[in-house]
Design a protein around this ligand. Structure first.
Ligand SMILES: [Zn+2]
Length: 241
């Protein structure tokens, strides 16, 4: 159980989450550099305020970093740009050809985006997004088949969707699972972790102790995979699943 409240320190707004824990934990969250403090339940606002004040220079530095990263993530789909595919970085090569748009990998680290001359950024984004979707779909399908058998559950529906704040969702009652398209940019281990996580919600709706122990039983290293997944989050608010 936890309770949320807000504190204002100059221009910095701090979300305070009180939980039954021993130590104060401070984090700056992408993309806007929101500040969150997790604190022991009985800690007074003034004490938290004083502690945060000593960490303000660090907070400002983190916020500055996010601001820089956010600028880098604006994609225009021109040659030389970096794009990720299953955890690996590729260099984009934009090719104009009066033919059906296509995307393909070339050599070790090139991703070719072939579009008609005068294609807009929006069109290029659409072409690559559809390609990503086509690549991710069978991967997720195989993982779902594999893990449904292992765990002993059955979805009534699963799909891939571009989502803003979640890696995956599970409708426990209807046995429906959605996996975020953004995962196509992450290593397969991350995709697998999210698939297993959502499938386990078919057994256990909430993040209870039982859920955590099921997670650990099936994917022993899930905590480090989760950290990896959230480390590179740049363009979205705090991610959940
Ligand atoms: Zn969950």
């Amino acid at each position: 159980m936890s309770t949320n409240s807000y504190l204002q320190l100059g221009s910095v707004e701090v979300l305070v989450v009180r939980k039954p824990i021993k130590n104060l934990h401070l984090s700056v969250l992408p993309p806007a550099g929101r500040v969150r403090v997790t604190s022991p339940e009985n800690m007074k606002d003034d004490a938290i305020r004083t502690l945060i004040a000593t960490r303000l220079p660090w907070i400002k530095r983190q916020q500055g970093k996010f601001a820089g990263q956010e600028r880098q993530t604006k994609r225009t789909y021109v040659s030389g740009e970096s794009h990720y595919f299953f955890g690996k970085r590729y260099r984009l090569e934009l090719v104009y050809k009066d033919d059906v748009p296509a995307v393909f990998l070339k050599g070790k680290n090139k991703i070719i985006l072939q579009v008609r001359p005068k294609s807009t950024i929006a069109k290029r984004h659409e072409v690559i997004t559809e390609w990503y979707r086509k690549q991710l779909h069978p991967v997720v399908g195989n993982l779902i088949t594999k893990w449904q058998k292992k765990i002993g559950v059955q979805t009534s529906y699963w799909g891939i969707k571009q989502m803003k704040t979640r890696w995956g969702t599970c409708n426990h009652k209807r046995a429906r699972i959605l996996i975020n398209l953004e995962l196509v940019k992450k290593p397969i281990t991350c995709v697998e972790y999210v698939v297993v996580h959502e499938l386990l919600h078919l057994i256990e709706k909430k993040h209870t102790e039982k859920f955590v122990s099921l997670m650990t039983k099936n994917v022993p290293k899930w905590r480090s995979i989760k950290d990896e997944l959230n480390r590179f989050v740049l363009s979205h608010e705090e991610w959940k699943h």
